[in-house]
Design a protein around this ligand. Structure first.
Ligand SMILES: [Zn+2]
Length: 468
């Protein structure tokens, strides 16, 4: 996840005095997405640290510290300039370039043994933060870490802090920053909002508790549903319910191109795509997951707008398409890296899974005849579904990694009466279906948590090689 915070911090030259390039963080707090990002990032190192108190420093530190305290389930203590606190105080002096300053805390605001995070907006010489830490320690508190948004390393504060404390900040400016015009222009260009995309299949309409929801118009119309953006394991994740809330879109009415285009626009590089499937082989049982490595496209409305499976229509390209001809390689359609991490996550969570499998994708909305289903099974194909195509092909054309997880709900028609296949009723199927959706959410959280930031695969390269 990258939000370039410099884009959101307003710089005010020669304020409050000549020669100082003031960093105004109020503009960063005004933006709801960026404010949330800042608080989440500041809290990240302390999520499992059982923090008792967050200490905010007068005055902008209060804005961050109170929200952090709320998120971390901790109390809030405040540090003020001399003479502002009503009750008995403890004070500490610290040196400024000329003269000195004094800060105060209520003498009982930190209890002995409490685990404390100290927060401010910016560190220059580090004097205020160090004096605060000293006060906290005098009261018996233990400093777990100091956190702030902006670091000015050329003024030396960071070095003094790092000697004694775990120090975390989000953005730094070097001494020559004010002169770097080109870099300043670059940060104002479009920024990615999410790095990982998830499509929820049938019965899977929600992924993250805390999220924002956006509408993103595309050249291909509206996406299946609003796009939710939230955080998982320190990464920004975009989620779209493929069928829309409450399953309003059947497989042949899903706006696949709009969905993929929107993911790309948000900056998504990796797509995780679970879907309910039927089994074509007796040994692949309901409740098991298949980490697909091949697909067979049996959909038939290719070229119609909705199932349109390419962004490259050459000279006939419409708005949003790429006016080129490209023959993309799909010999191995799924990202090897996403597959590897998903297998590991299945193992860790004790989810029964098949590390390989071919999914045949039918047009729907009707199910297969017994003869069709027997035919698919006889080819050695493993599972069957109505949505696993064309998402995968469109993702590759846009240079995104793609993972398809088949959640086996039941046996397909061709296996009815097979000696190894038990007779099931509708209630069993619904139970498996609901359990699968619960398990796959756990799998997705575990997978995203472990995914490396960089991509060690060729998924982004295929499209470069495909253009004629
Ligand atoms: Zn990849």
């Amino acid at each position: 996840m990258e939000i370039n915070l410099k884009k959101y911090i307003r710089e005010i030259p020669d304020w409050p005095k000549p020669g100082v390039n003031f960093k105004d963080i109020t503009t960063l707090l005004e933006n709801k997405e960026v404010f949330k990002f800042v608080i989440d990032e500041l809290c990240l190192p302390y999520q499992n640290e059982k923090i008792d108190k967050v200490v905010g420093i007068d005055a902008r530190g209060f804005l961050l510290a109170s929200t952090m305290a709320y998120k971390l389930g901790a109390g809030l203590s405040i540090v003020r300039k001399k003479g502002k606190l009503p009750y008995k105080t403890k004070s500490a002096d610290y040196d400024l370039e000329y003269g000195s300053n004094t800060i105060e805390m209520h003498e009982d605001t930190i209890k002995p043994g409490e685990r404390v995070v100290v927060v401010d907006d910016l560190v220059a010489t580090g004097g205020t933060l160090l004096a605060t830490c000293k006060l906290v320690e005098e009261m018996g508190g233990k400093i777990v870490g100091v956190s702030y948004v902006v670091d000015l390393p050329f003024l030396g504060g960071i070095n003094k802090l790092k000697e004694k404390y775990q120090t975390n900040y989000l953005v730094k400016y070097d001494a020559e920053w004010a002169e770097k015009k080109e870099e300043k222009e670059n940060i104002n260009s479009e920024i990615p909002v999410a790095e990982i995309g998830v499509f929820g299949g049938s019965g899977f309409y929600d992924l993250m508790g805390e999220k924002i929801e956006i509408d993103l118009p595309t050249p291909y119309g509206v996406t299946s549903d609003k796009i939710s953006i939230g955080r998982i394991g320190g990464k920004n994740v975009a989620f779209i319910a493929r069928h829309g809330q409450g399953h309003k879109l059947p497989p042949h009415q899903i706006p696949y191109k709009a969905n993929l285009w929107a993911m790309k626009k948000l900056g998504v590089k990796k797509i995780i795509s679970p879907a309910a499937v039927g089994s074509l082989q007796a040994h692949i049982k309901p409740g098991e997951f298949v980490i697909c490595d091949q697909f067979i496209n049996w959909t038939r409305t290719r070229g119609a707008d909705l199932r349109d499976d390419t962004f490259f229509h050459g000279v006939n390209s419409k708005n949003g398409d790429l006016e080129k001809v490209a023959h993309i390689s799909l010999a191995d359609p799924y990202c090897p890296e996403l597959r590897k991490f998903s297998l590991e996550a299945c193992q860790k969570l004790n989810i029964p899974f098949h590390p390989h499998g071919a999914v045949v994708v039918i047009e729907g909305p009707r199910f297969s005849t017994r003869a069709e289903s027997e035919f698919f099974g006889a080819q050695g194909w493993d599972i069957i579904n109505m949505t696993a195509y064309p998402e995968v092909a469109l993702a590759r054309e846009l240079g995104m990694c793609y993972l398809s997880i088949g959640l086996v709900t039941d046996y397909d028609a061709g296996l009815e009466g097979h000696p190894e296949v038990p007779i099931v009723n509708a209630q069993d199927v619904i139970k498996v279906f609901n359990e699968n959706n619960q398990k796959v959410k756990e799998l997705i959280f575990e997978l995203i948590k472990n995914l490396p930031a960089e991509r060690n695969c060729r998924c982004a390269k295929f499209v470069e090689e495909a253009v004629v």
